[in-house]
Structure formats: C-alpha cells, structure tokens
Write a protein of this length. Structure first.
Length: 151
C-alpha cells in the first residue's frame, strides 16, 4: 500500500505506523477528478473502474471545517492539498482515528464543488457497512500514437 494524503503506507513508514484508507468522492465528477489528479501516465486511465458504494457509518469526523476561507490562520485548501507534503493531513487523519472516527469528511482538492469521504476500514464499527452496488469501466484513454501508426 502506497502512502496517500490521509493514510500512511509501508512504502514510507514502518508497519506499526501505517493504516489503510478508502478514498471516495461524494459525487462522480469528484471521484473522476481525483483519479485524473493522481494519474501520472495517461495510459493508466485505460484501467480505471468507478465503483458505486453504499456506505453506512456511525462515526464520521467533519474535516470540511478545518479549511480556512477567512484568513483566520487555519489550514487552507492549498495546505491540505500539497501533493508533496502529507505531514498535516497525516496528523489530521491520525487525530481522527484516535477519536474513533470511521471516516473523515474532507474537501476535494479538485476545486470542484463537493467533498470526499476518507474511510478507515480497519475502524468500522459492527453496525457500519460498505456495499458495492455497481461498477463502471469508463473508456478514458485513446492511444492516439497507436491509431496513427495503423493509418
């Protein structure tokens, strides 16, 4: 598991300092935007799947209030979305986990209107659930170089 904004993976941390996270967009355009933001090589888009989930949780921490929009000195969206520095977001996730949160409701870094839900599957309570009720395999990549070479 590779390290992400709200979780620590074994690629950078010892196993006892890692935790899993399921990153979800609360709307399809947000999920797709997050996929695009994190795609390093366009051909990788050919293998992406969008899953539609029904998530029922008991304890969600609202992290949308963490972002300053009034210059109060609280973290800004830019602070939370720094693609190279996860120190702040790891601390937020660590604190959420320490408080018993199953998930963290946070702003999307896409700048789309809407939010993400970061679920900590290892902390799900007995009455909580995540169900997949559908998937889609969108056609997101055209290999133009391959098409040109056949004409």
């Amino acid at each position: 598991m590779a390290t992400g904004r709200f979780h620590r993976g074994r690629d950078r941390y010892p196993e006892n300092e890692t935790w899993p996270a399921l990153y979800t967009g609360l709307a399809e355009h947000i999920a797709l935007g997050e996929v695009l933001r994190h795609t390093r090589h366009l051909p990788d888009l050919a293998w992406k799947r969008i899953s539609h989930l029904q998530i029922d949780l008991q304890a969600v921490l609202d992290g949308t209030m963490l972002v300053s929009r009034d210059g109060s000195g609280d973290p800004t969206l830019d602070d939370l979305c720094d693609p190279m520095d996860y120190a702040l977001t790891h601390e937020i996730a660590k604190e959420a986990r320490a408080r018993g949160a199953e998930a963290l409701h946070i702003p999307t870094c896409t700048r789309f209107s809407g939010n993400n839900l970061i679920v900590f599957p290892d902390l799900l309570k007995p009455d909580s659930s995540i169900l997949v009720f559908g998937t889609e395999d969108p056609d997101l990549y055209i290999d133009w170089d391959a098409l040109r070479s056949t004409t």
